[in-house]
Write a protein that binds this ligand. Sequence first.
Ligand code: SAH
Length: 383
Amino acid sequence: MQTSAPLYWSTLPAVTAMNYRHAYHAGNFADVLKHTVLLALIEAMQSKSTPFGVIETHAGSGCYALDSREAGKTGEFKDGIKRLLYPDLQTDAAVGGNLPPLLRRWLDGIVAVPGNEEGLKVYPGSPLQIANAIRAQDSAQLCELQPEEAARLHDLFHRDPRIHTHHRDGYEALKALLPPKEKRGLVLIDPPYESQEAEYKLIEKALKSSLQRWPTGVYAVWYPIKLRSQVQPFLRWLQRSGAKRVLRAELMLHPDDSPLRLNGSGMVILNAPWKLDEALRESLPAMARLLSKDRPVEWKLDWLLEEGAEPPAPSPLPPSRLAALGLPTARVRPGSGKPGLAGRSPSPGKPGPDKPGSPKAGRAGASPSKAPRTPRIRPDRAR
Ligand code: SAH
């Protein structure tokens, strides 16, 4: 089995399934966006005391060692999480104090993971971040298809009664797991996109049947951005998916015109909870500022579909046909109400006083309503 090539970066048109290993990418800039949005979602769910369930279709192994052969090979975390914790985990009170609260709480969670006491050594995957954020009354169902990853996931959580791991296809599992017993909650869909177009079709199929089964569920989907044209059909489909409202958050490190690299990534949130956009509004520009290196990082936060708005009419022809005919391709329109927000970091960040501090000061003691953190962590490392 091939494990060396980081497949997000692959130029192959289609790759046989199940080669992707998140250990090569853990903590990269895409994870920073995805996991901050995830925390914002969980916090929004916790505005009510009633329990909720989190269902993750593509969980990975749950935790990653940043000194592993895989992480070292790509070094992606250095342009991701490491740029937000400078220097390493040290506090720079002047700037750290100004971090938007959501981003600060998210960084607190990363720093607090066992293994990071002396420096950034471990990056928690979404399963561990979910486990650390949910309360005693909440639950999580985590699906992972790759056998070794699924075994590690099971090892990590088998003593936590709130967390249930499933070695199975996450799309298929949704049929059995939705709606969750709590009758409220969220689904995270974070696939490897080993074959980009085919993956979007799987997501659309899964979302369609899930929304029929559980129309009030919150669904968050992460997507890579290489060429913008590869993403647009999916974003347009979302507007007609049956969701009541769809929020989109994106971070772009490079222009979206090269198929050769991961230029940016986004999260779309179907049936986004109330005020989620407000929670993200401050954090996205801050993330963009902190992640910028050689050039400004661009960010975007807008409603692809606002509640009560008519979904746009479907485009008569696919964009590729329109382009071939020399006709303008339809654009994803923001929702009918407030205009979306977008921006770019003012200037590439440089180490020094402009960098954020570690949120260490704020991390002592968990909130009393939280269940104890999952005790045993075995990060995913090279074997
Ligand atoms: N969500 C994780 C990263 C997941 S990477 C995080 O943020 O930390 C994507 C994972 O999906 C890989 O571990 C891969 O093995 C797994 N996978 C691929 N196809 C799958 C499928 N159909 N069902 C469940 N898991 C799948």
